[in-house]
Design a protein around this ligand. Structure first.
Ligand code: GP9
Ligand code: MN
Length: 423
């Protein structure tokens, strides 16, 4: 545990906000309904396919007065996909660069959001109609302090109500309502959808829009399943209202990671009307939607700051009015004015207000053009390194990722005493 003082100091000086944001406590004691929207990427929001809106409901939320929509929010996942996104939001730590931390470090000690909420009287629940052991969730959820996991057995799954990976999202939400009604309040409940998963299968009767037409069946079929998920979320809002569960909740919707990989760049460039997908464009395609819906709030807006999954835990805790001072984490409350000014991707790339750094090239974020740098022979490396405006931030990103890795590899939360935390 020798590294802890140095990491703590870094987090105090470089990450944490000194002041609470003006949103601190606006959702105090509310239930949290968190929707993990499988493979949803931001490029479909307020966009069309074959002349039709892809996500009419989510589009309407971008204009809704009770909703904040973050349009420059990035996923930060790696090989652990959905599980990495879960790891990010529960801990505000980075996932690992290889493998899935849910598998490799499922028995570590953490100071995860469900545990922190537990001390404030919340229960935490996950709803996901898949096998409980997928991504080692059954074990990791225990380490994260999740109280109940409603897996496949909690649902009535038939041939009729299934497609692709299993239970379709509409019956999934419909059946979930019955479970939520039984929960003790306040609760933090996460719903992990499944239908919009590669290879994006859907029966004709569930298709409200036509597929796209390109050389990629994957991209073509993505649009109808995204629309199906959009409709299922709209229905879920209605069902929450009908069950009297809406007013006392805040609803968060987040895309977990990309659905369309770089293998489909040719089709993607056709869809986006671009000559090619450059490394700069590829990074911009890693944006996933992030919505915070607060019934009755009235001050919602579209927010453009650069943000990411690392920010979810500090943001949620702030909204719920929960202080979290001794914790080690790497994100910020999205409503704070003193946020760190970059979002690190797991591979060391980053985005800030001015630059996008990827494949060793520093791009101007406005123009997408490389920024000129100076070549410099560094003392400890024999090759020429280009020094650009991105270099100091890239160094900081590497350091931060390494600190996060240290916390995981060393299982360092074991050595930290948290107030009120039972060991
Ligand atoms: C599996 C589901 C999908 O339970 O969460 O996982 P993914 O392949 O997207 O990581
Ligand atoms: Mn996923």
């Amino acid at each position: 545990g020798n590294e802890i003082p140095e990491i703590k100091k870094y987090v105090e000086n470089n990450v944490k906000d000194d002041q609470k944001s003006e949103m601190f406590g606006v959702a105090e004691n509310k239930n949290v309904v968190f929707i993990n929207a499988e493979s949803l990427q931001s490029f479909v929001i307020n966009n069309e396919v074959n002349g039709e809106e892809v996500t009419p409901f989510l589009n309407s939320l971008t204009e809704d007065k009770d909703t904040y929509y973050f349009e420059n929010f990035y996923h930060q996942t790696e090989q652990g996909k959905t599980s990495d996104s879960e790891f990010l939001i529960e801990n505000s730590l980075y996932p690992l660069s290889r493998g899935a931390v849910f598998f490799t470090h499922g028995q570590n000690e953490y100071n995860a959001m469900p545990e922190i909420l537990g001390q404030e009287g919340y229960t935490s629940n996950v709803f996901h109609a898949n096998n409980k052991s997928f991504w080692n969730r059954d074990q990791m959820y225990e380490s994260l302090g999740i109280d109940a996991f409603y897996g496949k057995e909690a649902y009535e799954v038939t041939d009729d109500n299934s497609v692709g990976w299993g239970l379709k999202d509409k019956p999934f939400f419909e059946q979930s309502i019955e479970h939520i009604k039984t929960l003790k309040e306040p609760y933090y409940s996460k719903f992990i959808t499944l239908t919009n998963h590669f290879p994006f299968e859907l029966t004709d009767q569930d298709k409200s829009i036509e597929s796209y037409d390109s050389n990629s069946t994957t991209l073509n079929n993505f649009f109808p399943t995204v629309r199906y998920m959009d409709e299922s979320i709209e229905q879920f809002f209605e069902q929450l209202k009908a069950a009297g569960l809406y007013e006392d909740s805040i609803i968060i919707i987040m895309g977990d990671h990309y659905g369309i990989s770089a293998n489909h760049n040719k089709a993607m460039s056709q869809y986006l009307g671009k000559e090619e997908i450059t490394p700069f464009d590829h990074v911009q395609l890693q944006r996933v939607p992030f919505f915070i819906h607060i019934p009755g709030h009235g001050k919602g807006e579209v927010r453009s700051e650069v943000s990411g999954q690392i920010d979810v835990k500090p943001t949620m805790l702030s909204l719920l009015g929960i202080e979290n001072e001794d914790d080690i984490y790497f994100g910020n409350d999205l409503f704070s004015n003193e946020r760190k000014d970059y979002i690190a991707l797991r591979n060391g790339d980053f985005i800030n207000e001015d630059f996008v750094y990827t494949s060793g090239i520093c791009y101007d974020r406005q123009t997408g053009e490389p920024v000129e740098g100076e070549s410099e022979v560094s003392l400890d490396v024999s090759i020429d390194e280009e020094v650009t405006a991105c270099t100091p931030i890239a160094d900081k990103v590497d350091r931060e990722l390494a600190y996060s890795d240290d916390m995981i590899y060393g299982d360092l939360f074991r050595f930290i005493e948290f107030e009120d935390k039972e060991k």
